[in-house]
Design a protein around this ligand. Sequence first.
Ligand SMILES: Cc1cc2nc3c(=O)[nH]c(=O)nc-3n(C[C@H](O)[C@H](O)[C@H](O)COP(=O)(O)O)c2cc1C
Length: 221
Amino acid sequence: MNYGKVSITKQNNTIDCQPIKATQLGRSDSAWRNGYGMPSDGKDTNSQNQPTRKLTKNAKSIIIYFSRSGSTELLASKIAQETDADILEIVVKDSYSGNYQKTLSRANSERESENYPELNMSVPDLSQYQNVYLGYPIWAMTLSHPMTAFLEAYGNQLSGKKIAPFMTEGGYGQGDSVQRIREILREQGATKNTFTSALVVDGNKVDKSDKRVDKWVEQVK
Ligand SMILES: Cc1cc2nc3c(=O)[nH]c(=O)nc-3n(C[C@H](O)[C@H](O)[C@H](O)COP(=O)(O)O)c2cc1C
């Protein structure tokens, strides 16, 4: 059958139909200063939005992510466009401050005390999924704490799944974050996980990452 010419427009800067506000985009490297000082709207990603939650009966992949200032959420949206995966945003009870310094000092004390944030979300049965895309910003060269808290609480549900880590960072790379995912899953009793290579994108350049995202997604699928 001839459907004629079909033009497909990618819907940019939305995730599950909600707008994404990413404060780092468009800043030159010198103005961005490796993400140092980046504000957020104080509600982890979007005070105007409901936490993203797209759960369907038949999807075999799910994107589970946390984002404070929107860059990781934008990266998650690009992966979602390429995969049609379900999406689950990690939500903490007490969201991180819009102020960078306050967030930094809270994150430092959480890390030193290993007292990670309380989550405020219901998590579905994850048994239908084969591929799990895990997305987070890098904090202090490791996993940001909402992702740590999520894995400590639900890591046992990820047994046997293919884990595809993706992250945004301030230009210093992935740190030990993937190693931490492996450790926490092991501690939670998850076994037989496989890992893909990680997708690592600078927080101020996610809007220019489409080609890398497409290539990475192809080797995950
Ligand atoms: C508390 C905190 C600690 C950070 N530590 C690092 C770091 O160690 N290395 C790095 O490259 N970027 C670091 N960053 C920068 C973030 O990883 C970067 O801005 C990221 O794109 C933020 O993602 P988001 O917009 O999804 O929250 C840090 C940011 C914050 C808020």
